[in-house]
Design a protein around this ligand. Structure first.
Ligand SMILES: [Zn+2]
Length: 471
């Protein structure tokens, strides 16, 4: 058997047929990623394989460190080719790690590379990839077109002026690109110095002075309106758990005032302030028909010495074991009680929470649109074959797989689009196997409609993104 051939991950004839007929032709709707809007606006060209593949990839840095590579080859000062060689030397040690699949799938789908990456093949692959990267169809937008990405949503701070998004919309780029509103920094009253610097940027963006909590909420709301006018229909929050300790507006205002004066909020006050803000955000999302994403449970910045040297998002995060279910239920219930629960997608970092998340959201379904509450695709440490299967199985057992809005890359790299192919193969493998066993009907039209929906159309309908404003 060949490694990563056309039958890759598809272990039955039915799975292969379903994939080819219903999954492969569908466009991609990548509604959560961390691509740089600047790169898309400027239609960035990549000078070499390092720039497009290794530049910001903390998954790879972690693997290289685990393989004993010195830091200079990960985030440090080594030359691009030396870093690529260190990655190539790590590759043979990645067997059974999802990076092994992704690496070879990416080399194959982007550059037609059909050999294994290691120290011996490194120079050849570097040359072959770089020759192709010099072509115009390998620009940022060229790649999005090549992978049939119909639409994508980036991840943006409320203080961002969205100038790059405006440029992309004005160019009528083939891939529609939308911002997503991620106000994590608005909850930062535990770290007054960073918080106050950010409030300064918010004042500038909103064109208003922020003297008190009322001004703060009004400025954020103004930014929410601004994002909406730019076509945004999606918010996102990265939290250890849902804050679920309601307090009075007066109390929230006092916590805000103290943080503005340089005094850090206590853990209990952070929870109260976070709850207050998350309720505001939830109401605004509901009012405007947005989708709220909750990424819950990551344990971040775990290596203090290296995070101080290298900064956040450099590969020192892990899976947290925070209690989730009750806090999530309380948060959703508060919004539901007020009649302002928006559409919500919850993503868990800890696989232990799969069934809890899938079941909690089931209590809040209902409304004119199907699948209002979504259990999101396998995230971060779980976006591999096993994690994807776990998520699909938990969702199938507890909710409606047919209404699932599908996979996202959640990636910083333009090289991650084969993740959708990977997901679709795992999905079709599950469905095809059960069809062959007689556990699902031998009815390709019925199964195919579900697969098509999960690959693309459910997300398109669910997010209901408008044509981007062309002004
Ligand atoms: Zn993300």
């Amino acid at each position: 058997m060949k490694f990563i051939d056309e039958k890759f991950l598809l272990h039955s004839r039915a799975a292969q047929r379903l994939y080819r007929q219903f999954a492969e032709p569908e466009p991609i709707f990548d509604y959560h990623c961390h691509l740089s809007p600047k790169d898309i606006a400027e239609d960035r060209r990549f000078r070499n394989l390092f720039e497009i593949w290794l530049e910001g990839d903390h998954y790879k840095w972690r693997a290289m460190r685990a393989n004993g590579a010195p830091e200079k080859f990960c985030t440090g000062e080594a030359a691009p080719y030396e870093k690529f060689r260190a990655w190539a030397a790590t590759a043979p040690r990645l067997l059974r790690n999802p990076l092994y699949h992704w690496t070879h799938l990416e080399l194959k789908r982007y550059f037609g590379v059909d050999e294994l990456l290691d120290e011996r093949s490194a120079a050849r692959i570097w040359k072959k990839a770089n020759e192709q990267l010099a072509r115009p169809d390998f620009s940022a937008r060229g790649i999005l077109k090549k992978f049939n990405v119909a639409a994508l949503c980036t991840t943006d701070d409320p203080t961002d002026d969205l100038a790059h998004h405006k440029k992309i919309a004005a160019d009528r780029a083939a891939t529609r690109v939308y911002p997503a509103f991620r106000p994590d920094k608005a909850l930062g009253v535990g770290q007054p110095a960073a918080f106050n610097a950010w409030v300064g940027r918010l004042e500038e963006a909103a064109g208003a002075d922020i003297a008190n909590m009322g001004d703060f909420v009004a400025a954020l709301r103004k930014r929410h309106d601004y994002f909406h006018a730019q076509g945004c229909r999606l918010s996102d929050h990265g939290l250890t758990h849902c804050p679920a300790s309601p307090c009075s507006d007066k109390k929230a205002a006092a916590i805000f005032a103290r943080a503005r004066g340089g005094r850090a909020a206590s853990p209990e006050e952070r929870e109260q302030f976070g709850t207050s803000m998350m309720l505001h955000f939830g109401r605004w999302d509901a009012e405007k028909g947005w989708v709220k994403q909750l990424h819950l449970g990551a344990l971040r910045n775990n290596n203090t010495r290296l995070v101080e040297q290298l900064g956040p998002d450099t590969g020192f995060d892990g899976i947290g074991d925070f209690p989730q279910a009750q806090a999530l239920e309380r948060y959703l219930d508060s919004l539901e009680w007020e009649g302002c629960l928006p559409k919500v997608i919850v993503y868990n970092s800890n696989p232990v929470d799969n069934y809890a998340f899938a079941s909690v959201i089931g209590s809040f379904q209902g409304g004119p649109a199907p699948g209002k509450m979504q259990f999101g695709s396998g995230w971060w440490f779980l976006d591999q074959k096993e994690g994807i299967e776990w998520q699909l199985n938990a969702l199938s057992n507890i909710g409606l797989l047919s209404r699932f809005v599908g996979m996202v890359t959640d990636s910083r790299s333009f090289m991650s689009y084969p993740r959708h192919e990977y997901f679709r193969r795992v999905l079709c493998n599950l469905i095809g196997r059960e069809m062959e066993r007689g556990e699902l009907p031998d009815d390709p039209a019925l199964l195919g409609a579900m697969i098509r929906g999960i690959c693309y159309d459910n997300a398109r309908r669910y997010l209901a993104l408008p044509e981007p404003p062309r002004a």
